[in-house]
Every structure is written in structure tokens, then in C-alpha cells.
Design a protein around this ligand. Sequence first.
Ligand code: AMP
Length: 286
Amino acid sequence: MSGSLPTVRTVAELRRVVDAWQRAGERAALVPTMGALHRGHLALVERGRALCPRVVASLFVNPTQFGPNEDFSRYPRDEAKDAALLAGVGCDLLYAPDVAEMYPEGFATTVDPGPIAARQCGPFRLGHFAGVATVVTKLLLQSRADVALFGEKDFQQLQVIRRVARDLDIPAAIEGVPTVRETSGLALSSRNVYLTPEQRAVAPALYRTLRETARRIEAGDGVAAATADGLETLQRAGFTSVDYLDVADAETLGPLTRLDRPGRILAAVWLGKTRLIDNIAVVPAR
Ligand code: AMP
């Protein structure tokens, strides 16, 4: 037990609990997380509860989705606090495997999500989406959940997982959940704890710029001009650097040069050693 939340650490134990629910006619929702939970994660659990009588959250800081120079070792970890937060929103079970349970001796298979992982964050985080696709595939097959919930905050990740679930005939329904934000507009993220007060003051400019870019494109401005202006705004806003600002087809995340179908604007910026991502819908007039 962890707090008042039942906790399992092996695939066998996880399956025993989820199988018992399903045999009793109760559908199960899975919420995969890396811990350091905030209201964004809890919104996923709440949506899971609205869709299914049972919810299991997983907590696993997945080493294979971090690059060699990324923050795997300093990523915030506090399982007891996370368990208490999950129990508080009615989560039924925590699945917290260790690395050896997830990747036993001899583990060798990788799920390659193909072109959807090649743009936006792809070139900046080589191997990241293969790491995500592999661990999420494992979590879906380990739990055999009926539904799995993912945040729109990580929009490319959400679309990668939709693609993988469809392509590999994984039966879980994949549900996206809108991004939970601070009143400043800054998307909640476990990595926001790294920000200094000065960096926190700059951070909301990311979402502000995405909104302004979406507004202009929806009002009929050209995608290329609005993107160039948005990029310049980000570059002047006080970020340490800007990885990209991209307007993409909302489903495939391929290039979108005219707003003739639903789009998504995605961006990644740095504040010191902290990388922030965000995105927004851009919708053609009907
Ligand atoms: P993480 O623990 O950062 O890997 O995130 C676990 C899940 O929570 C992912 O599906 C994220 O997209 C989702 N998530 C993270 N931040 C937010 C947020 N601010 N709003 C909604 N979902 C979020």
C-alpha cells in the first residue's frame, strides 16, 4: 500500500486486479504518468472515472524516452505524494513497476511510430517517440485497459499513440483530454518546478503567442507569414532559445500551408535548461 491507494509493482499483480474488475463487468481506464503529479494529471483520472467505473494510474519514469543529455536523473520523484493525490480523485489502483519489471534482461523490441514522429519534437529528441510508443504499447498490453487517457498538452505524443494503437490493433480506446493551465495560460507541467521566478514570468508568452498565431490564421492571414511572426515574437519574448513553431495537419502532423482542414500549432522553447512545449487548435471557418 502507498498512502490509502492500493499499489502493485508487477504485470502479474496488475492483471489480476484488472481482470477481476472486468470479469465483474467493470471497464477499466488507464492513465499513464511519470509522476510528479499536478492538476493536469488528475484531470485525466477524473475523465477516466467519467468513462469507466475503474481507473488505474501508472507511475513509471521511462528511461528510454529521455536522451543522454536530458533530465532523467533529476526528474522529480515522490511516489507517496502522488499516491495521495490519486486517491483523492478516486483512482482505484497505482501501478508502479521498476525498470527491471518493464525492461527485463534481454529486452530488445522497439515500436517505431513512423513519420508522425519525424517532425516537431522528433528531430530535437531523437528516439524519444520510439521510447514513448514502446512503453505505452507495453502499458496498454500489460493492463489490458478498455480506455487509456492522454493529455493534449503533449499533442504529438497523443497522435503518435493514436497511430500506434490503430496500427497494432491494440483494442484500448485512446482518449485525449484538454490541457489544464494556470490562470497565466502556462500549461501545467511537472517540469515547471525547475523554473526560477524570472523564468516563470516569461513562460506564459508561449501560450500567448500560440493563441495570437491561431487567431491570425483563423482570421485569414497566410500560414507562412503568421508562423514567421509568431517565431519572431517567441524569439523576442525572453526565452533562452526556440526549437520550433509549426503549423501542422491536426491528425497526421504533416505540413499545413493553408487552413483548409483542422490544424494544430505546436511549439517548443527553452528557459535555461528547461524545455517547455505547448500547442493549440487552429480551426477553419465553416
Ligand atoms: P507525464 O507524467 O508528464 O508523462 O504526463 C502524463 C500524462 O499527463 C500525459 O498524457 C500528459 O499529456 C498529461 N498531462 C501533462 N500535463 C498536462 C496538462 N497540463 N493538462 C492535461 N494533461 C496533461
